[in-house]
Design a protein around this ligand. Structure first.
Ligand SMILES: [Zn+2]
Length: 322
């Protein structure tokens, strides 16, 4: 009954394929949350990976609620999608995806949705997927424009074939983005994933370029670059160590501990100091300290309100004694 309208179009055999699939969504922002919405409803099992927490400035485009602000995105999205379809299996991973854990987090994926917003992680996903022959969607949006393609290892050009290493671009924070523009890129990612999982391809080998202000929709042919290292089997991003401090968005930083810490122990110690206000969650402890809001996880912390990596390192030392 649940899938009857979808089955009427794609057929029972294709619906069975979807029910057996596992799609891993990396990045549960606007693209990841809207792709996840349609994939969960379509009956696809999901693994949701995101290192970030929900902020008020996310809500105009990412499918979270006001009460989710401060929660890890992967967990908030899992809860939302389970409410829409309790039949599918949904895992939430609130962690930084990097070369040291990508094998563990992306294993057994039928397909990967790239919903990230940074080039380093995109190239890491590209290397993993090429090496392990996992198809993946690439999608990005800024202002009122979007780009999207489906990369099938061995069949299509890869991300590095057409995207330069030194690629820098505006971010949602600096240039802004129209909510529906980025939402649609997520929905098209879900459509491409469904089509590929049931054996119907369309966008592969071309880059979809959309400009919603100009009502422009075009497919641009992309070609394999003969000098592309990833296509030749050299996966340099799989060997790159994760950076200890990265800026996720303006004033929001992630600090990786490099080991597992006992967050209950730390919060009990900090609670004794009046400079720290502690709010305990299930897998996360929120610490309010001076102008900072710190979300403490087992292997890392996210700091809001900092201005430099140096400031974040000093704070980390104060909190975990790193
Ligand atoms: Zn390539």
């Amino acid at each position: 009954m649940r899938y009857s309208r979808q089955e009427a179009f794609i057929g029972k055999a294709s619906q069975k394929k979807l029910r057996k699939s596992l799609v891993t969504i990396v990045g549960c922002g606007a693209i990841g949350s809207s792709a996840g919405e349609y994939l969960a409803r379509a009956g696809v099992n999901l693994r949701l990976i995101d290192r970030d927490i929900v902020e008020m400035s996310n809500l105009h485009r990412q499918l979270f609620r006001e009460e989710d602000v401060g929660r890890p995105k992967a967990e908030a999205l899992k809860e939302r999608l389970e409410e829409a379809n309790s039949e599918v299996r949904i895992e939430a991973v609130s962690d930084d995806l990097n070369a040291s854990n990508i094998e563990k987090y992306l294993k057994n994926s039928s397909l990967v949705i790239d919903g990230t917003d940074n080039i380093e992680t995109r190239f890491l996903i590209n290397d993993f997927c090429l090496k392990n022959k996992v198809p993946f969607t690439y999608a990005a949006a800024i202002k009122s424009e979007g780009l999207l393609t489906l990369i099938v290892p061995g069949e299509t050009p890869c991300l590095r074939c057409f995207m330069p290493l030194a690629y820098t671009h505006d971010t949602c924070e600096t240039a802004g983005v129209l909510g529906p523009a980025v939402g649609v890129m997520g929905v098209i990612s879900a459509a491409e994933a469904i089509k590929h999982l049931i054996g119907k391809d369309m966008i592969k080998g071309s880059l979809l370029h959309v400009n919603f202000y100009k009502n422009l929709y075009e497919l641009i042919e992309i070609k394999r670059n003969k000098t592309c290292p990833a296509c030749k089997g050299s996966y340099e991003f799989l060997g790159k160590p994760a950076k200890q401090v990265v800026e996720l968005c303006g004033g929001t930083y992630q600090f990786l501990f490099g080991k597992e810490v006992d967050i209950q122990d730390i919060s009990e110690r900090l609670e004794k100091n009046r400079d720290f206000k502690i709010v305990k969650g299930k897998h996360i402890v929120q610490i309010i300290h001076k102008k900072y809001v710190i979300s403490l996880f087992k292997r890392r912390m996210i700091v809001q309100g900092a201005h430099s990596p140096r400031e974040v390192k000093i704070l980390a030392a104060r909190i975990i004694g790193a």
